[in-house]
Design a protein around this ligand. Structure first.
Ligand code: OSB
Ligand code: MG
Length: 375
């Protein structure tokens, strides 16, 4: 941009809570989701809109943040601080958010919507502004907890569709027998498991037994705040550990990799507070030689599109969780279908920024609440 660029004035914010029914319930070790409920933020500048969705759940079952808490934080504290002000870059906006502790999912939705607004103003795809290098990203599926026979059926469907990796949600008592059955039917597929913190050091024998199944990694076996005990487990097993919930900041990532608590990192831009943190985590991981992949939170097309742009960065070398939206929803809130083909998800490029547009009529039909924050 030229030196005339005065920044982008945010004239208004629109904050919605949206509820999209899931085609089938998604079950993980500590929660069951039947509808995907999420805050959707629209930031408006002169003739341009930026979109993002937040990834916290109605209850604090994945991490601490909740939708009711986020709505209060956004409506009463953060959005009144930024509406009516001008920002020349996402970094400048982040300076305003940085002093507040925690609330990373809430900060992320604001920062991500601004990135979209900024890129649309500059006329560049989000991918280009972020430093992405791919036009399509490799993706796999995340399969929720179900009976062994149902799980085998779902894997067969995903294999048929060409997905590049299968991740199975596991829990205490839903682990070794499941892996035995899956490996005997699918001996060669790229397979991972995600425990969503269900285990502890007392389960070391179970975790060690997973070495027999050629898993690409075991995702988040232990508690959210337990990098130390993950290092103990990583020393005792051959399979790589991948951290998800434990990595919220670039410093978390540095400590986890430096202490060899993990060898792979799951990056969710919505979990870590936005693209600035996500890119720093990507870079720290690359410095340690640790591959990263892009996680998901069952997002609608808006969050899904953000994830795909992020996953186009160079060190996202393992397949991400951003599979086709029709696996989750009968109908999405965006107009351009996000469909993977042979396990590759194209980066959406319908115009600048996020590269997708909202289906306003359907969005209104699935909106639970809507409020406007103006100066
Ligand atoms: O741990 O990655 C996780 C979904 C909800 C909460 C946590 C997680 C997940 C997934 C689904 O694994 C990923 C996706 O398909 O979006
Ligand atoms: Mg996970």
């Amino acid at each position: 941009m030229t030196s005339h660029f005065q920044g982008i004035k945010i004239v208004e914010a629109e904050l919605r809570v949206v509820s999209l029914p899931l085609i089938s319930p998604f079950i993980v070790s500590n929660q069951t989701m039947t509808d995907k409920v999420f805050p959707l933020l629209i930031l408006r500048a002169d003739g341009v809109e930026g979109y993002a969705e937040a990834v916290m759940d109605p209850f604090p079952d994945y991490l601490e943040e909740t939708i009711p808490g986020a709505m209060a934080f956004l409506r009463d504290l953060i959005l009144p601080q930024i509406v009516g002000k001008s920002f020349s870059s996402p970094a400048e906006l982040n300076q305003l958010l940085a002093p507040w502790r925690g609330h990373r999912m809430s900060k992320a939705v604001v920062e991500m919507a601004f990135w979209d607004l900024w890129c649309k103003t500059l006329g560049v795809p989000l991918k280009a502004a972020l430093g992405g290098v791919r036009d399509a990203v490799p993706v796999g599926v995340s399969i929720g907890i179900a009976s062994i026979s149902e799980t085998l059926d779902r894997i067969a469907v995903a294999q048929q569709a060409g997905y590049k990796r299968t991740k199975l949600k596991i829990a205490q008592g839903h682990d070794l027998a499941l892996l035995e059955a899956v490996r005997s039917k699918f001996p060669d597929i790229k397979l991972t498991v995600d425990a969503n913190t269900a285990y502890g050091l007392a389960d070391l024998a179970t975790l060690r037994a997973m070495d027999a199944f050629q898993l690409d990694y075991i995702e988040q076996p232990l508690a959210v705040d337990d990098i130390h005990d993950h290092a103990i487990v990583q020393r005792s097993i051959e399979t790589a550990i991948c951290l998800d919930e434990s990595i919220r900041t670039p410093a978390d990532c540095r400590k986890a990799l430096a202490s060899e608590a993990a060898r792979v990192i799951n990056i969710k831009v919505g979990r870590v507070g936005g693209y600035e943190a996500a890119r720093a985590i990507h870079d720290v991981s690359a410095a340690f030689g640790a591959p990263v992949w892009c996680g998901g939170m069952l997002e609608s097309g808006i969050g899904r599109a953000h994830n795909i742009h992020l996953a186009s960065l160079p060190n996202f070398t393992k397949p991400g969780d951003t599979s086709s939206s029709i696996r989750y929803f009968k109908r999405d809130i965006i107009n351009e279908p996000l469909e993977a083909k042979d396990g590759m998800m194209p980066v959406p490029m319908h115009g600048a920024g996020l590269g997708v547009t909202l289906d306003w009529a359907f969005l209104d039909a699935v909106t639970q609440s809507k409020e406007r924050i103006a100066p």
